[in-house]
Design a protein around this ligand. Structure first.
Ligand code: PEP
Ligand code: MN
Length: 258
């Protein structure tokens, strides 16, 4: 994985919806040459029943096709042992554990048990509530399963009432997490923090200014028609513009584009 000074960028649709949507989005993102890992949601944890819950197994071959065409590794979210098994069966390269799963030690342990003996990088998003020990506990469970490469993703926290954010960032918590686990990459997911396109870049820049190691960004070939998280997704073209405008800290503390 890249060092601090070569940001790790994960990008792709919130959800895999159709083969065309997955391929067009992933090819568009790959063309920007700014993406290290493609992402897509296959099983979607939704707040209420009746929302789009993802297409499941049907969508995994589309990700395999995206990988073959773009030559980029693919990341998906896993929330159960069965998801882990299916991800391995379909040659998924990277896994992440979502905020609604990190919050539950039973779920994290079930995933850890399924991961035993498997060498795949796993990113762990913060739990939905700002509890640093719960987040660290999830990391320990996955580490104890023998996973050698574990990364962290700050995607903000649930708060009651109106805030500027969908999930409010708690930067001091993310910074403390990075201090306590200095060998792990700490990415930021500005898409789920912002919840809307117009503050996405500002949140991403704030994360970079706080020395985060990379970003996970949701992108969609036609964001307004997305079946999940339509308001926060951006096209591959907007993604490129945004990445071209973001400024990264250099070793000397100078800012530069990458
Ligand atoms: C996602 O990445 O699409 C997702 C569901 O994220 P989170 O776990 O941060 O809500
Ligand atoms: Mn999403």
């Amino acid at each position: 994985m890249p060092t601090n000074h070569s940001p790790l960028i994960i990008a792709g649709p919130c959800s895999a919806e159709t083969e065309e949507q997955v391929l067009q989005t992933c090819i568009g993102l790959a063309k920007t040459k700014k993406v290290n890992i493609l992402r897509a949601g296959i099983w979607k944890p939704r707040t209420k029943p009746g929302g789009f819950e993802g297409l499941g197994l049907k969508a995994l071959p589309w990700l395999q096709a995206a990988k073959k065409i773009t030559k980029l590794p693919i990341a998906i979210e896993v929330a159960t042992a069965k998801h882990v098994e299916e991800a391995m069966r379909h040659n998924i390269d990277v896994l992440w554990i979502g905020a609604r799963t990190t919050v539950n030690p039973f779920s994290v342990q079930a995933i850890a048990d399924a991961l035993r003996g498997v060498a795949i990088p796993v990113f762990i998003k913060n739990p939905t509530n700002p509890d640093i020990e719960l987040w660290i506990g999830a990391v320990e469970r996955i580490a104890q399963a023998g996973i050698p490469q574990i990364g962290l993703i700050h995607r903000g926290f649930s708060v009651y009432g109106n805030t500027a954010y969908r999930n409010a960032p708690v930067w001091p918590l993310a910074i403390e997490m990075k201090r306590r686990l200095p060998s792990m990459l700490m990415l930021c997911d500005p898409s789920h923090i912002a919840g809307r396109r117009n503050i996405l870049q500002a949140v991403a820049q704030q994360a970079i200014d706080l020395n985060m190691d990379g970003l996970m960004i949701e992108a969609h070939i036609n964001p307004d028609s997305a079946l999940s998280d339509a308001q926060q997704q951006i096209t591959p073209e907007t993604f490129l513009q945004m990445l071209n405008q973001l400024q990264w800290l250099t070793t000397l503390g100078k800012k530069e584009n990458f």
